[in-house]
Unconditional design. Structure first.
Length: 213
């Protein structure tokens, strides 16, 4: 997926999560429930096609990618834990939220999102470098995190699979995004109007979710 597709996929997920939050509000309307189900299903299709698009052409390449991902995740979690303690002691709530990261969270993210999260963590690490020395975040740990991010990102940029197959998956992905857009534009966006006055909170949260790009 390219950056725009990743942003759109995140918007789809945000919209779906918002709908789930208000399921009791629209549950009596089959058309709305069906449209939410369609959005859920197309999210699964998008993720599946995206994985196929970026899959490696050999087991060895896949193993290398997994090893580099593991190194990045371990480095990020180690640094995040030390930074969390610093944030807690200094009552830095903003940093506390940013460093509340675990392995499962990173592994569940799309590769690009995981890298972005690790880079954001590294930026905060460098911003508070002097203070963090007392918490064990030394030059060695800083270098390890930054290098692991660069290595994993480089592995993702390597050629993967047969070109023809990649084009096929790219085409399938484009179709999936078009279908997701239709589910929103021709479905949920029209149905949500019913709740503009009867449930303003649902309507507002839905509109906000739809604007996250």
């Amino acid at each position: 997926m390219n950056d725009r597709q990743i942003a759109k996929r995140n918007m789809y997920q945000s919209t779906y999560n918002t709908c789930l939050k208000y399921e009791s509000t629209y549950g009596h309307i089959p058309a709305f429930t069906d449209a939410v189900g369609e959005l859920r299903d197309i999210l699964g299709v998008i993720d599946e096609e995206a994985l196929r698009q970026t899959d490696t052409s050999s087991k060895g390449a896949s193993q290398t990618r997994n090893e580099l991902e593991t190194k990045m995740v371990q480095a990020a979690v180690t640094v995040a834990g030390l930074m969390y303690r610093y944030a807690f002691k200094t009552k830095n709530n903003d940093l506390l939220v940013k460093t509340d990261i675990n392995k499962n969270t990173l592994y569940r993210m799309h590769d690009v999102e995981a890298i972005a999260t690790a880079r954001s963590l590294a930026a905060e690490m460098n911003r508070h470098a002097n203070e963090l020395e007392a918490y064990g975040v030394d030059e060695s740990l800083r270098s390890e995190l930054e290098q692991s991010i660069a290595d994993f990102q480089a592995a993702l940029a390597q050629p993967r699979g047969v070109i023809v197959e990649k084009k096929q998956y790219t085409g399938n992905l484009a179709k999936a995004f078009a279908e997701a857009d239709s589910i929103l534009y021709d479905g949920l966006d029209k149905l949500i109007v019913k709740f503009k006055t009867s449930d303003a909170a649902f309507y507002t949260d839905y509109k906000n979710a739809r604007n996250v790009i």
